[in-house]
Design a protein around this ligand. Sequence first.
Ligand code: SF4
Length: 154
Amino acid sequence: MIANEPVFRVLRIERGTTVDGPGFRTAIYLAGCSHHCPGCHNPQSWDPDGGQPMTLPEILAVVDEEDFNVTLTGGDPLYHPALTKTLVDALADSGRTVWLYTGYTWEQIQDRPELREAVARCEAVVEGPFVESLRDITLQFRGSSNQRIIRLKG
Ligand code: SF4
């Protein structure tokens, strides 16, 4: 690692998932979430210091082992919007489509420039907190019916 190089906290990287967006994808789980939704499937992901430190080139090297498009999830990738923007932009530059899961609603994203900029080059954002009373296992790519898939491209 180079001194002062931005470091991501990565919980895990899953290759070939089909449940977090269309087709086979590489899913990157980023640590840190402030939403604390009751019934969250992964509360250990809330700790921003969880997971392993990885630099952008290290993450891209893992992604490049497959031809898959990428999903950023967590945790909430928008916990560190500026950092996540660098990852989204690098993935988009490499020709991959990016889906991003966040507990923020689309309206909250639009209200905050740093969140808006972070998702600008995503193909889709799956937005909103998980609401246990609205949990629906028949929904594709979503956990509860309040969540929406916002398509920015395609
Ligand atoms: S946004 Fe996702 S990771 Fe964060 S608390 Fe809600 S369900 Fe859990």
